[in-house]
Design a protein. Structure first.
Length: 56
């Protein structure tokens, strides 16, 4: 079993998968930016949904 402090061997497939995940996340964020902005604006004006039920 490798020591936890040792660097992991480079795996090009894992690197490609990570790049794909990052690209997909960035694309999702861009595609949904208007909905996120709109929701944040609504929360700023109306408050959090179900806030009266929060126990913290």
């Amino acid at each position: 079993m490798p020591d936890q402090d040792e660097p992991k061997d480079y795996d090009p497939m894992e690197a490609a998968d990570e790049t794909k995940r990052r690209d997909e996340a960035a694309r999702w964020k861009e595609e949904n930016a208007e909905a996120i902005r709109s929701y944040n604006e609504w929360v700023a004006e109306e408050g959090l949904p179900f806030a009266k039920f929060r126990q913290f």
